[in-house]
Design a protein. Structure first.
Lengths: 113, 587, 254
């Protein structure tokens, strides 16, 4: 119970990072934290129904649920790819406008057009 | 070969084409590389329509091809379903995709990397509409998203990178919430396929209904961001206005509609789906009106078109929402769904046509401000267009979107309003129609001559009347005009062949059952009168808008503060409102 | 025509977080017992149907291999997008001029010998150690990749370790004798060819009568061979992609 409440706080902190922080690198951090919290929730809860890793050997007690683990492999890779692309976009924005602050970037781009 | 194998050809052929295009990237630049790239495009965009023709008899008889990918156990594997809805959305995707790719040969970003990513986007669209598994839907939506984030900055405009970044942030965060919705449903039912979840939801205890409602709300609002209904539209104007023209056409035409129809598969099966449809229908009607008002105030030509996309998707969502809230198994529901799809398809055609022709115009004239740009016909003629094809294409597109008979816009808008006569949606959509006419008169001003005949824009630097015009090649006019003309012809054909098309789609959508939709009577006196009144109202609104007071009001709307945060606030509040609406509906 | 102020940003943020927090409470704090249907089925039939002892591998390369294809595609598109954007940044940087501060930071760690003005970040210790460890890490990556069906591991995990091995090899080149694996043309080639191979393998099931993405080796003696093959292709692809991206971000693509 406590772990899940903490995960909810972690998710909200990540969301706070994406919404409220002005620096775009910090927004990308927030997105990462958001992804991490969701992944951890799946794995944590999937582990409650067993005690062994899902690799079959003889004489095994109940294994944990392998489905959340397989799903989260995909989710983690997708999260990393999106982060890489976001960082490349951030570097490009810095080169164009000279700033990492979202308000400054928006103003400078509007002044150019 | 069994139908199951052919069905996935619509997904695998574009992927194979993309793989060929990426191999072309490895080869040194030259003829061989181009040949490989074009082969890839042919495989990816040319062969799947043939497959769709093969599959037509299957879906026309009301059957559907469904099963598990790889024929694994149904409780764990990925289920799919190729029925009439999937077939229709595939046709939509391939038509617009091919036209846009041909246009990009002349205008837009060229090269094997662009072709490859474009083909991957097309494959993702086909996979999204065919899947009946929640996590597979997540993966397909992410593929669609990441291809958009990559394609938008290829236009090399400064704002495009910022637009792509904002879209990425909003969309990626929304997909995390989608994942949480999937978590909720898996926890409740132990299944990820729609059938499995819906069976499981019948058996849950009453203390768990809140979790199921909240999960559904998370799924729906994550998809609603992609569809850009109010209030979740904030990312769309920048993204569609600053992308390359071919990409704008595909984004506006296909990418905002496919998630909507994929969502309908979820809502058909889940309890509380009908209330979701109700709320989204109302949101759609409001979107249609507000979108058109903001569109009227825009000064950038492509941004005006982008706001129109928001308004028109409002039409589609209004009809679709109403169809789902009534229930698709009744004749009224089916005819609304037919109307919604028809408008989605025709909108893709005429919006694609508009983006491509306006794109050609602003590229040649090197100016996008509708208040400044004038005499585009002359500029286009100077660039090598003997017959004003682009202007004619624009006129066809503008007439189509303003619902003038006998073009396709008239057919679809009449079908929608016929099916929802008398409700709140009806009045909202009629108001939006008036605004549409007004804003397209405003946009058409860029073509009016200024009276200074014979004087050319100094940058074009060529003499009038020169036959061997280097500009023709420089602007890639052949490819551009081919794509535009094909779409224009389809718009006209869609209007003239309306009764046949309506019957075909009606039969397809009714899934072979007994709920055959009743096709509306298109050319009744009522409808024609309504069209006339709308057009007059539009002309009147145009004069009001260009007056002193009107300009002041429009200026205020145009310069309203828009922030990055606003996207997220609207997303959170939208989800909360939807969840509250559903919870209250259950109690 | 001044700018009109929107609502206070902190208020907006609090509103957004608060609304989301309330909506997510039932999701995080629900007490429904976790379903055991999938786990029970897989414990009983997973190894027979797919041939792998690692049930997670059985799922993502067997039952739900289509999702893995999608994930590979996301990686491919992300690499293309990142490379496209970074090459534009590179051209902007090159036009600015050599005494700009930005260039200094970008090239201090870069891989091109001629641009390395100082060895502040790239010490001799780093180069020696990474150069020696690189091949060992690559070997470990191949092991994790190939044994994915028997022990924790698989294509993605092994691929990421291979990528770090490639990065080590690229960092560890003393006197500019770059390993062939850090050349962008080779890495790009491995990536594109493995994508093509993956698609062909996915469609091969059709020709063996097993349907799209079915296991063509299901009736032979070693059905698990399909999983090993897929693991290898994915591992090479992921390794090449991520290695390519890391080297590009360090400033060394040619």
């Amino acid at each position: 119970m406590v772990e899940r409440a903490l995960l909810l706080c972690l998710l909200l902190i990540g969301f706070w990072g994406v919404v409220a922080k002005k620096n775009i690198i910090k927004k990308i951090f927030g997105l990462n934290i958001l992804n991490a919290a969701a992944v951890m929730l799946f794995i944590l809860e999937g582990n409650r129904i067993g005690s062994e890793a899902p690799i079959l050997e003889s004489g095994l007690a109940q294994v944990v649920d392998p489905i959340p683990q397989a799903l989260m492999l995909t989710a983690i890779v997708i999260g990393v790819c999106v982060t890489a692309l976001a960082l490349a976009l951030a570097v490009h924005l810095y080169q164009i406008t000279g700033s990492f602050d979202i308000e400054t970037i928006r103003e400078r781009i509007q002044d150019e057009t | 070969m069994r139908p199951e194998d052919i069905v996935f050809a619509t997904v695998m052929l574009p992927l194979l084409g993309a793989a060929l295009a990426f191999c072309a990237k490895l080869l040194p630049k030259g003829r061989v590389a181009s040949v490989v790239e074009y082969t890839g495009a042919l495989v990816g965009l040319g062969l799947p329509p043939l497959v769709l023709i093969l599959l037509f008899p299957v879906v026309f008889s009301g059957q559907s091809v469904s099963g598990v990918v790889g024929q694994w156990f149904v409780g764990i594997g990925i289920t799919f379903r190729f029925d009439a809805l999937a077939w229709l959305v595939n046709i939509l995707g391939f038509t617009i995709g091919t036209a846009a790719w041909v246009y990009s040969l002349g205008a837009g970003p060229k090269g094997p990397a662009f072709t490859g990513v474009f083909l991957i986007q097309t494959a993702a669209l086909c996979a999204t509409i065919m899947t009946t598994d929640l996590f597979n839907l997540f993966v397909c939506l992410e593929i669609m998203g990441i291809t958009s984030y990559v394609l938008i900055p290829t236009s090399r405009k400064a704002g495009a990178t910022l637009a792509s970044f904002s879209y990425l942030m909003v969309s990626a965060s929304a997909m995390v919430f989608f994942l949480l919705g999937t978590y909720g449903f898996y926890r409740l039912t132990g299944a990820l396929s729609y059938e499995g979840i819906s069976n499981g939801l019948q058996a849950i205890s009453s203390s768990d209904t809140v979790l199921s409602i909240v999960s559904l709300a998370l799924l729906v609002s994550a998809i609603a961001i992609r569809v850009a209904v109010m209030p979740l539209y904030g990312w769309l104007p920048d993204a569609h206005a600053l992308a390359p023209h071919a990409v704008s056409a595909v984004l506006s035409g296909v990418l905002i509609k496919t998630p909507l129809f994929a969502l309908s598969r979820i809502l058909f099966l889940f309890p509380a789906g009908m209330q979701v449809g109700e709320l989204m229908g109302i949101a759609g009607g409001v979107t249609a009106v507000l979108g058109v008002v903001i569109a009227l105030s825009q000064e950038d030509a492509k941004r005006l078109l982008a706001y129109h996309s928001i308004s028109q998707i409002g039409y589609v969502v209004a009809a679709w929402g109403m169809a789902i809230s009534i229930g698709v198994d009744s004749p009224a529901g089916t005819s609304l769904m037919v109307a919604a799809f028809l408008h989605a398809f025709y909108h893709a055609l005429f919006k694609g046509l508009l983006f491509l022709s306006i794109g050609t115009t602003v590229d040649v004239a090197k100016e996008r401000n509708v208040y400044i740009l004038r005499d585009s016909i002359g500029k286009l003629r100077a660039a090598g267009e003997r017959i004003p094809v682009t202007f004619m294409c624009f006129v066809i597109g503008a007439l189509a979107i303003s619902a003038t008979p006998p073009l396709n816009g008239f057919v679809s808008k009449t079908a929608i309003t016929y099916a929802m006569k008398g409700s709140l949606h009806y009045y909202l959509l009629s108001a939006a129609a008036v605004g549409t006419v007004a804003s397209f008169i405003k946009l058409s001003r860029i073509y009016w001559p200024t009276g200074k005949r014979g004087r050319l824009h100094p940058e074009l630097g060529i003499l009038p009347g020169s036959s061997a015009n280097p500009q023709t090649k420089a602007y890639g006019l052949v490819a551009r005009l081919t794509a535009q003309s094909v779409l224009a012809v389809l718009c006209i054909a869609g209007g003239l062949a309306a009764p046949h098309i309506l019957t075909i789609i009606g039969t397809l959508m009714s899934r072979g059952g007994t709920n055959i939709a009743v096709p509306p009577i298109l050319y009744s006196t009522d409808n024609l009168l309504k069209t006339g009144v709308t057009t007059l109202g539009g002309i009147l609104l145009f004069f009001v808008a260009t007056s002193k007071i009107g300009s002041r009001v429009l200026h205020t709307i145009r310069t309203r503060p828009r922030s990055f945060q606003g996207l997220f606030v609207s997303f959170s509040l939208g989800t909360a409102v939807l969840a509250a609406f559903l919870v209250v509906g259950k109690i | 025509m001044g700018k009109r102020k929107a609502w206070s940003p902190t208020l907006q943020a609090c509103l957004a977080i608060g609304a989301m927090g309330v909506v997510l409470l039932p999701v995080f704090l629900s007490q429904t017992p976790w379903p055991t249907v999938a786990r029970d089925y897989l414990m009983q039939y997973g190894q027979d149907e797919s041939g792998a002892r690692n049930l997670v591998s059985a799922i993502y390369l067997g039952y739900r291999a289509f999702d893995t294809l999608g994930e590979t595609i996301v990686l491919l598109v992300a690499v293309i997008g990142t490379m496209g954007l970074l090459s534009r940044v590179e051209s902007l940087v090159n036009t600015v001029g050599d005494d700009d501060n930005t260039i200094q930071t970008v090239s201090a760690f870069s891989l091109r010998g001629d641009k390395r003005s100082s060895h502040v970040l790239r010490t001799h210790l780093l180069e020696v150690v990474t150069g020696k460890i690189g091949p060992i890490v690559l070997l470990f990556g191949f092991y994790v990749m190939l044994y994915g069906h028997l022990s924790p591991g698989g294509g993605f995990q092994g691929g990421v370790i291979i990528a770090s091995g490639i990065v080590f090899l690229a960092l560890g080149n003393q006197q500019d004798n770059t390993s062939a694996l850090s050349k962008s043309s080779i890495l790009g080639g491995i990536e594109s060819v493995s994508f093509l191979l993956f698609i062909i393998v996915a469609m091969s099931g059709i020709f063996f009568g097993k349907g799209f993405f079915g296991n063509p080796l299901a009736d032979s003696a070693y059905p698990v061979g399909f999983i090993v093959l897929l693991n290898s292709i994915i591992g090479l692809k992921v390794g090449a992609s991520i290695g390519f991206m890391c080297i590009a971000m360090m400033g060394g693509h040619d």
